[in-house]
Ligand binder design. Structure first.
Ligand SMILES: NC(=O)c1ccc[n+]([C@@H]2O[C@H](COP(=O)([O-])OP(=O)(O)OC[C@H]3O[C@@H](n4cnc5c(N)ncnc54)[C@H](OP(=O)(O)O)[C@@H]3O)[C@@H](O)[C@H]2O)c1
Length: 327
């Protein structure tokens, strides 16, 4: 698998990343079953065999169990830590989470929460450092000076090497940048043929008969390119909706899914790989984060890196996904 360096860092990462959101099984505090643990290990090992060296986590995934599963794998394979890039996220709190009761579910970018949650992440992952820490979802009550202080302390202690954000708009990033001294090197965003708003808002700019997508008008993707912020695509196969729709009788994604299957057949590859190749084809150098928990689906997706879509194929897939050609 091809690699590239994340701008403004010394991190060389695979074009595809593996997302660990679901590897802990259920979103509660019940014990992880042996079956879930074995399935998770098989998926992570398949990712490594395919050349994936980037693993994405968050403190909330399966209520911390996804990080714990990964941490046990790291503990069993000590040499692995040096070979991978490890990213996690903080900032979302469930009601009555592990260390402090409190309702309702909320976002929390306070200095105290960022520090406390990052310590817990390191313990669960059984590592002394994260390569990248992201702020998970924008907190309307953010005080950028507090974020700056939290990041400074984590960085100075050698606990986090680089920082970034997820689901943030350009203005939200600008606000953080006013105080945060470390570069923000990643913005993780939902992007796929099932959710192409990031590119559609630009296609529809300045058109009459505006739609919701055009009204976004954030210029988010271009902003990230202009500021050398790596865009990571979460939900790259629409949470499975894109691929499950192949051959389905109805549903808005059916035409797109069937076209994925047709192109895959012509290129002697899998629909999974074509769906990811559509993301990779964008010149912003977007890094898709695979979310499957199944080793065989990781292997089906990995060839995406070798699939080159023509401009015509890229637009045909976009048109099919939107049920509408570009004007
Ligand atoms: N920053 C954020 O706000 C945010 C939000 C969500 C996710 N994420 C990150 O992004 C990663 C990926 O997100 P995602 O899980 O939404 O990605 P995704 O890859 O679009 O969706 C994964 C889901 O699709 C299913 N799937 C995959 N291939 C399939 C196929 N060929 N046929 C049928 N179903 C298929 C998987 O089921 P199986 O497991 O059974 O294969 C799984 O349930 C997460 O792990 C997490 O790291 C970040």
């Amino acid at each position: 698998m091809n690699t590239y360096r994340i701008p403004r860092t010394d991190l060389v990462v695979s074009r595809l990343a593996y997302g660990c959101m679901k590897i802990g099984g259920s979103w509660d505090h019940s014990p992880v079953s042996a079956e879930t643990e074995a399935t998770a290990r098989a998926a992570v090992e398949a990712a490594l065999e395919c050349g994936i060296n980037f693993f994405d986590h968050a403190d909330i995934y399966c209520c911390g169990k996804s990080e714990s599963v990964f941490g046990r794998l790291l503990a069993d394979t000590p040499s692995l830590r040096e070979r991978i890039v490890l990213q996690s996220k903080v900032g979302i709190r469930f009601a009555n989470d592990a260390y402090e009761s409190g309702e309702p579910a909320r976002y929390d970018f306070s200095r105290e929460h960022i520090a406390h949650s990052t310590e817990a992440i390191l313990r669960r992952l059984q590592t002394d450092r994260l390569d990248i820490l992201l702020l998970h979802r924008p907190d309307p009550l953010v005080e950028p000076e507090e974020v700056a202080a939290a990041f400074d302390a984590l960085h100075a202690a050698g606990k986090v090497r680089y920082f970034g954000v997820s689901n943030h708009t350009p203005a939200q990033i600008e606000l953080l940048r006013r105080h945060v001294r470390q570069p923000l090197v990643v913005n993780q965003l939902e992007f796929s043929l099932a959710q192409p708003a990031l590119v559609v808002e630009g296609v529809l700019a300045n058109r009459s008969g505006s739609t919701t997508e055009a009204n976004l008008s954030t210029g988010l993707l271009d902003y990230c390119r202009l500021h050398d912020i790596l865009v990571q695509a979460w939900g790259p196969v629409g949470g499975g909706r894109l691929l499950r729709a192949i051959g389905a009788e109805t549903g808005p994604l059916t035409a797109c899914a069937d076209l994925l299957a047709k192109i895959a057949n012509e290129k002697n590859t899998t629909p999974d790989a074509v769906a990811l190749a559509w993301i990779l084809r964008h010149p912003a150098g977007i890094q898709p984060i695979l979310g499957t928990t199944r080793a065989e689906r990781v292997r089906d997706a990995a060839p995406a890196d070798t699939v080159r879509l023509t401009r015509e194929e890229w637009y045909a897939l976009l048109a099919a996904a939107r049920g509408q050609k570009v004007p």
